[in-house]
Design a protein around this ligand. Structure first.
Ligand code: HEM
Length: 393
């Protein structure tokens, strides 16, 4: 990684949460697994992270420290059945085909094509575009598409949808030491889920089979589960996707690799994979130890909490290099692993590739003219990343 790129990435982490930046920095010098007072076990070794993600008999995300514990408080007890164990397995088996490469490509075309054409045209005539804002609008449009909300509305309404997703995720911002939510946080999160998924029951009833809600109906998920799933998509697929899209644009610029991609656009998939590794949008994954287990020669006791520092684990392989050979240790740890492997992985990759393709269609390299990291957010991201094309229109 160039020094400039490293400085920008470090700045993003720091602005989002100084405590996260310090933890991830310290992890570079820490042993593969260590026990920290108040936080529990922290793991930065990619193989140990994977071992834990695959170890369903000894780790759960339902107990304190896991994301399921948070969402059960917001969505209700039925989440307990859905998030882990046999109920989760049934749901994942049914939901397996919700986001295939094909359905993701269709969703992206439906939600992104028009605004991305406008973006390309604006750049071509010499305009400046804020890619961070564009990504938030695009992701807002995607959520509207997924949740069966109308899409013929002004961009500000998509920004508002993104902001709702971010606020919902922010409920988790203060949960590093404990995932027990304060009553006001539960009330706020419930209000957001109610508002954002209000259209789901009607969509579940009436949406055509080709839509996400229509497919949920065809799969027989039931309206309550579909509404819970919609809430999950809102939390899981908002900031993660938007930050990955924006940081792809920044990283290519900061590493002076835009020309190379313009010359060989078939490398987009490699670029997307390498961006995801370096950026690791969900930098930490939490788990609860449900039964005593030995990991990395340490005894982890039932009731303890585990933080998988996936950002540190993925970045141990080195700086951003789209020519990097496949890293077997990390595989795709940026999407988690085991039974909870990201359900929207294909969609996220399609969203990133679509933005890059639209920029390449403008025909000339882009450069970053201004950037500003977002402060106090769960997922490190740019508040603003303005780009323009180099050379004459
Ligand atoms: C670059 C973007 C994304 C990244 C890096 C990412 C990362 C992750 C990770 C690490 C997990 C596992 C969490 C855990 O084990 O506790 C996860 C789960 C999940 N993600 Fe994503 N995600 C992204 C985008 C999306 C999108 C776009 C959607 C859907 C719209 C989505 C839906 C989900 C769902 C539903 C789960 C829960 C799966 C389960 O528990 O079975 N994600 N994601």
């Amino acid at each position: 990684m160039t020094i400039t790129a490293r400085r920008h990435e470090a700045g993003l982490l720091w602005a989002s949460r100084p405590s996260l930046a310090l933890l991830l920095h310290a992890a570079r010098f820490a042993p593969p697994i260590a026990r920290i007072p108040r936080l529990g076990w922290i793991i930065r070794d990619p193989m140990l992270c994977r071992e834990i993600l695959n170890e369903h008999r000894h780790f759960t995300l339902l107990g304190e420290g896991g994301v399921g514990h948070l969402w059960a408080q917001v969505l209700g007890d039925y989440v307990t059945e859905l998030f882990d164990g046999p109920g989760h397995l049934r749901l994942r088996t049914k939901a397996r085909d919700l986001f295939t490469t094909k359905t993701s490509a269709d969703l992206v075309a439906e939600a992104f094509d028009a605004p991305l054409d406008a973006l390309t045209a604006r750049l071509r005539v010499g305009g400046t575009v804020d890619v961070a804002d564009t990504s938030r609008v695009l992701v807002g449009r995607m959520l509207a598409t997924l949740l069966g909300l109308p899409r013929d509305r002004p961009d500000d309404e998509f920004r508002a949808i993104f902001a709702e997703g971010e606020r919902l995720a922010a409920v988790a911002l203060h949960t590093a030491a404990s995932t027990v939510l304060a009553p006001h946080a539960v009330a706020e999160a419930r209000g957001i889920v109610e508002r954002m998924t209000a259209g789901v029951p009607a969509g579940y009833r009436d949406a055509p089979p080709g839509t996400l809600l229509g497919r949920c109906r065809e799969l027989g998920l039931g309206v309550e589960v579909t509404r819970g799933l919609a809430g999950l998509l809102l939390v899981a697929g908002t900031e993660t996707a938007a930050t990955a899209m924006t940081r792809a644009v920044a990283l290519l610029h900061d590493h002076r690799l835009v020309d190379a991609l313009l010359a060989d656009p078939d490398r987009i998939d490699d670029v997307v994979r390498e961006v995801l590794r370096v950026v690791t949008p969900a930098p930490v994954i939490g788990r609860h130890v449900s039964a005593d287990v030995e990991i990395g020669r340490h005894l982890l006791k039932a009731g303890e909490q585990v933080m998988l520092l996936t950002y540190a684990a993925n970045n141990a392989a080195g700086g951003f290099d789209p020519n990097r050979a496949y890293v077997p240790e990390t595989r795709q740890l940026w999407f988690g692993g085991g039974r909870h492997l990201c359900l929207g992985a294909a969609l996220a990759k399609a969203e990133m590739a679509a933005l890059l393709r639209a920029l390449l269609r403008a025909g000339r390299p882009w450069r970053v003219v201004h950037r500003r990291p977002a402060r106090r957010v769960l997922i490190p991201r740019y508040e603003s990343l303005q780009i323009t094309l180099t050379g004459r229109p």
